[in-house]
Structures are given as structure tokens and as C-alpha cells.
Design a protein. Sequence first.
Length: 199
Amino acid sequence: MQPYQLIDEEEANEPVSLAEAKAYMMIDADYASNDADILLMIITARERLEQYLNIGLANRDVTLQWSGYPVELPLSPNGAITSLKDKDNIDVPADKYTASAYRNKTIWINNQSTSGIEWFYAIDNSYATTFSGYVNESNDIYTLVYNTGYESDKLPKALKQSILAECDYLYKLRGMPVTDLVSPNAKLLAHGYSKNLVL
């Protein structure tokens, strides 16, 4: 799979509120001196879990810069494609690229050799693809903006609990170096949701 750069700068509507985090960490709701720190820890916990699991936990648009080779979009579930522009910042027409229609989208530019694409049925009767001998006929860099992540009310409860556990872990270790990728409790709660091949 070809390298790409994911740019994730849009402010997300966090799926965990300050009140929920304080309740989980057993901090009195009226004790407000650490609220700014806890809000930052909520964001950090969500971002750490997204990186660890390769799934989007908060709904927002992200930008992908890539070469046009077939790539599975990071941070599934993936929603609508907002825009796709070429290296000259010109919109790429919809007939010039292909994106699979599933929650884990694969996308590629159509001006490349497709002789290496093989389609087959997956167990759930949806199409899946493999790409072998795929030839890129250009050296363009494309910029794709697409929607990713769960709406707050659709986030699975285990993933919400995982964010809360990671936030609690960060809160308890504040001021000390955090060495683990994510906390053991967050890993356990998120088990089964990961889109990464190696955990």
C-alpha cells in the first residue's frame, strides 16, 4: 500500500462530555479548577484511541493527500466524500475516481491501469477487492476530503467507555510520562473494534 498523509485538523464534537468524564473519574461536578485539563484529556484520549484502533470515534471531515493508488481510507466508518482535488487544486470529476460504497471505503484514481484489480465476494456477499500489479500512470498528488467517525449518539457504548477509561488513565498519570500506547482498560473495552492488523 502506498504512503499517504492524513491531515486531521477539524475540531470534532467530542463523544464524551466534561460531565461524563468527571462522573467516571469520581470528581465532584462543582470542582471546576481542573476542567480545562480534563477537556484536553478527553480530546487526547479520543485521539490516542483513534490512532491505536484506526477508527474514527468523533464525526468530522479529514483530509487525505495521496498518490491515487488504491488505498483504504483511514479512520472508518467512512462517510461521504466532500471533495477531491488534483495537484493544481482543480476538482476531480466523479467519473475519474472510484470509491467503494461501504463503511470501510477503498478509493483509487481511474487514470491508472486496472489490470491488477480482482473483484470477489466477501463472506457477507459484499464486494471486496485485491490489487496486484497496479500501475500508476501519473505522479500526481491528490487531496481528498471525506467524512469519518461516528455521530455521538451512534458511538458503540464499549468505545465510549474506552474513551472514558483512557481519559481517567491520563488524568491519574498527569505530570508523569505516559509510556503505554493506550491503557490496559481502554484496550480491553475496545477489543474487537480495531481496524489495525497488529495490536
